[in-house]
Design a protein around this ligand. Structure first.
Ligand code: NI
Length: 171
């Protein structure tokens, strides 16, 4: 397993639409292992493949709060049902470092996907799990949580991030 570099905003890569995976094989499993390691290393709870520059419809997540790891893997996830009731959660993103905002999303959803072994699964999610899966699935469409904010707030965040990037020394 290798810790990869996480792509951060502003970067056009994050705006790409990820492509479906034909088959879950060794290559995809190795990618999921690397993604999980990268996510843990960055103290995140979710990561989409595009965040390490790979435009494949693959997500890893672990929302367990304690030391016990509970990794989840989603290949080609599709939302098959959404609750009309929305809930607000504070969101952040490894590709939008140190920025947080309250975002409204459907409070519950059902997601069909393939697991680590390529087996079809159905997940009924609510709470943080529902928020996280919807946030990660947005990445597959090139959408970031800051896109739900007003133009002004979004441009302020992007400005801050650009400044942060230009201050980072390249070694
Ligand atoms: Ni994110």
């Amino acid at each position: 397993m290798t810790v990869k570099t996480i792509v951060t905003e502003p970067n056009k890569i994050l705006r790409q639409i990820s492509k479906p995976v034909d088959n879950v094989g060794k290559e995809e499993q190795d990618l999921m292992d690397d993604m999980l390691e990268t996510m843990y290393d960055a103290n995140g709870i979710g990561l989409a493949a595009i965040q390490i520059g790979i435009p494949k419809r693959i997500i890893v997540m672990d929302i367990a709060k304690d030391e016990k790891r509970e990794p989840r893997y989603f290949v080609n996830p599709v939302i098959v049902n959404k609750d009309p009731i929305k809930k607000t959660h504070e969101e952040g993103c490894l590709s939008v470092p140190e920025q947080f905002a309250e975002i409204d999303r459907p409070s519950k959803c059902e997601v069909e996907y393939l697991d680590y072994n390529g087996k079809k699964q159905l997940l009924k999610a609510e709470g943080l799990l529902a928020t996280c899966i919807q946030h990660e699935m947005d990445h597959l469409e090139g959408i970031l949580f800051i896109d739900y904010l007003s133009k002004l707030k979004r441009s302020m965040i992007i400005k801050k991030l650009s400044k942060l990037k230009s201050n980072t020394a390249v070694i």
